[in-house]
Ligand binder design. Structure first.
Ligand code: TRP
Ligand code: SF4
Length: 405
């Protein structure tokens, strides 16, 4: 049964497929930085995941990987708080992926939106690999190997975390049965004390007899707040609420950023290395200015005196992220009244981006020429990550009767 407090653990990964850009920053990295102080965090370079699309051209993975780690540190990720490592250095994640692949119906993977989208745009069946189909399962294994409760990701990744939840549930149901489970759970319930134990049983009954979800949540909170109880007993009580098995792999939850919509790219499509429409996280100010200056705007604004409509302009999408409410209404008004030119409007966006990036660029400089430090940060993080993943796999093998003792 799970011997870690999953509610305190966070895991997330990023693929080394190109530059870290401001879309990563607003969508994910800021959340990493925020969570690292309050949780035990595991952040990794998802190099295996990069292979799903880049298996033919692997020559850049190495450089992208080290640059990515520098970008994280520049963004404020603190290796003193978070464990930073490379996915492929933790073979336990691959082992868990393999074990989970045995219990994962192909149909669960085929219905993944990312897989559907990929196959729609790639008629070449040779590129639709086994690894591509298994992408979300590998991601599930990444998360479950650490028994993390929280996973900060971009909104497009939420279905993958949902899959991780389903896989965890299936695994626990299949392998989480314990001899004398019911007796052990009842013994644990007695340790709650008379009053709380009675409440626990009432709530459990309410959930099991008529599916009262509020009762389930109240009971879960009741169990979680027990400070003197062992994690094992807590897991028994949590498992007993819903069925007859213990939780070996806790169900994780996605943590999404406040970013209302996806970060737009320079061309108005989603910002992505694939579309080459990105602003790198540590771009030079002159470069940012130039890229914004040549961005397309509302096509009906040809001359200065033509009124524009912000909703038809990708620059407006940047204002929605970088400008406060007052500035936004200012922008919309000046655009619709044709009272300023697009260059003026764009300047404000570049200024805001450049200002946000200044401290990030500065911090990055310290690391750029010191790969030794980066290597040692990764070595330390890998060690911690392996310890955690190894502990999970021992319990997983045990549960599956593959311990051979
Ligand atoms: N698929 C994620 C992305 O493209 C990267 C990733 C791989 C990940 N494994 C993960 C994210 C585990 C969170 C947890 O952004
Ligand atoms: Fe876009 Fe600003 Fe020009 Fe309006 S004024 S079209 S929002 S760049």
């Amino acid at each position: 049964m799970s011997s870690v407090d999953s509610q305190r653990r966070v895991v997330s990964g990023m693929r080394p497929t190109g530059s870290v850009h401001i879309g990563h920053y607003h969508g994910v990295l800021k959340n990493w930085v925020k969570l690292q102080h309050e949780y035990e965090c595991f952040f990794f370079v998802a190099d295996w995941h990069a292979l799903t699309t880049g298996f033919e051209n692997t020559e850049n993975i190495n450089n992208h990987t080290w640059d990515m780690v520098i970008d994280w540190l520049a963004a404020g990720v603190n290796p003193g708080s978070a464990n930073l490592f490379i996915q492929s250095r933790v073979p336990e994640q691959a082992e868990l992926h393999l074990l989970l692949s045995m219990i994962t119906p192909i149909s669960w993977l085929e219905r993944s939106p990312a897989f559907k989208e990929f196959t729609e745009h790639n008629s070449d069946r040779e590129r639709t690999t086994y690894g591509m189909l298994g992408y979300p399962l590998l991601q599930s294994a990444d998360v479950l190997a650490y028994r993390a409760g929280l996973v900060p990701v971009g909104a497009d990744q939420a279905p993958h975390i949902e899959l991780a939840r389903e896989i965890a549930r299936r695994f626990n149901h299949m392998y989480g049965s314990e001899l004398d489970f019911e007796a052990n759970a009842e013994a644990a319930a007695r340790k709650l004390g008379k009053k709380a134990s009675k409440l626990y049983h009432q709530l459990r009954f309410a959930y099991n007899s008529h599916g009262d979800l509020d009762a389930l949540q109240t009971a879960q909170a009741l169990v979680r707040e027990q400070s003197k109880m062992t994690l094992g007993d807590k897991e028994r009580l949590l498992g007993y609420l819903e069925g007859d098995s213990v939780t070996i792999l806790p169900e994780p939850q996605a943590v999404l950023s406040g970013l209302a919509s996806r970060m737009p790219g320079l061309d108005g499509r989603k910002m992505s290395n694939t579309y080459q429409n990105i602003i790198p996280l540590r771009a030079e100010p002159g470069y940012v200015e130039k890229q914004i200056r040549v961005m397309p705007t509302d096509p009906s604004r040809i001359r200065l005196q033509d009124p524009g409509e912000p909703e038809r302009c990708p620059v407006w999408q940047f204002h929605q992220i970088y400008s406060n409410a007052e500035e936004q209404s200012n922008v919309a008004q000046n655009c619709r009244n044709a009272s300023w030119g697009c260059l003026e409007c764009k300047q404000r966006v570049s200024d805001a981006i450049i200002a946000e990036q200044a401290p990030i660029r500065e911090r990055g400089k310290q690391y750029e020429d010191d790969l030794d430090i980066i290597h040692s940060i990764i070595a330390d993080g890998t060690e911690k990550a392996r310890d955690a993943a190894r502990a999970t796999l021992e319990e997983v093998r045990d549960a599956m009767r593959l311990a051979y003792r």
